[in-house]
Design a protein around this ligand. Structure first.
Ligand code: ZN
Length: 272
């Protein structure tokens, strides 16, 4: 079984335009068309059982559109979607309640697109309340190749944030192995802390040796397989991970066991 914990798609009406804009700003190439149908094609070709879609609200006003699309695609044909909200939202509690009511399992925060530091009280209050509702929180970590400095979620700031969240059951996930392009800082401030790391856009972005060391020092039971599709190919990312020197038990944790646990899905059938 394979679960990809970090993917992006957009409503059909805006997918082509959005992908083009993001390709230009990040100087990168998309591996899918950025719509639901093409993500499903990629999943089928690459034996991905579940993809978690992570939308980002870049303005408070996007709340309705983003979350109604999220609810529409959620829980169908192997797609699970998180919701999105913007930290400038004053009625963040109400919005988080709505996300919960829609049946979405978590939220995505992107401190760079949302121009808010991850240890800002506006982010902390959202993360605190979301985790009280039992929602997962995935946070973009490190540099975003499409956006200029400053980096709003450095490993040091992420560590500050973690210290401010008072909930032993909090399910917080730092994307891009804790901080894209800031790998050494991740090793210094994040590795070993009680937080999940997703592997999106990190394999091949550092030495494999460092990647393996980070996973083993952090614990494979807190690392989630994730690709950042369409910005990486699901199949290539899987192949890259699979050739690394982990035990079969470690692979199982990374590829699906941790995800199943977070998603509250029982391991009922023998799929591996
Ligand atoms: Zn992403």
């Amino acid at each position: 079984m394979i679960i990809d914990f970090h993917t992006h798609i957009y409503p059909d009406l805006i997918a082509a335009r959005t992908i083009k804009l993001l390709e230009e700003s990040g100087n990168i190439k998309a591996y899918t068309l950025g719509n639901l149908a093409d993500l499903k094609r990629s999943m089928k070709e690459n034996w991905i059982d579940i993809s978690v879609v992570l939308p980002v609200a870049t303005k408070p006003s996007q709340f309705e559109t983003i979350n109604s699309f999220a609810a529409q695609i959620n829980n169908r044909d192997g797609i699970l979607s998180f919701g999105g909200l913007h930290p400038d939202t004053e009625n963040y509690r109400e919005e988080l309640d709505k996300i919960k009511q829609l049946g979405l399992l978590g939220i995505k925060l992107h401190p760079d697109y949302q121009k808010t530091y991850i240890d800002d009280p506006k982010m902390i209050r959202i993360i605190q309340y979301a985790t009280e509702l039992g929602l997962m929180v995935t946070i973009h970590g490190g540099l975003d190749i499409g956006l200029p400095n400053p980096i709003h979620c450095t490993p040091e700031r992420a560590a500050n944030m973690l210290g401010e969240i008072h909930n032993p059951k909090a399910k917080i996930i730092l994307a891009h192995m804790g901080g894209y392009a800031l790998w050494d800082e991740v090793e210094k401030h994040i590795i070993g802390k009680k937080v999940y790391l997703d592997t999106s856009y990190s394999l091949g972005m550092m030495e494999d040796e460092q990647f393996v060391r980070m996973v083993q020092n952090h614990g494979a039971d807190r690392v989630l397989f994730a690709t950042d599709s369409p910005w990486a190919d699901q199949g290539e990312t899987f192949k890259h991970l699979r050739k690394l020197e982990f035990t079969e038990e470690e692979f199982a944790y990374i590829l699906y066991k941790n995800a199943l646990k977070l998603l509250g899905m029982e391991e009922t059938k023998e799929t591996d």
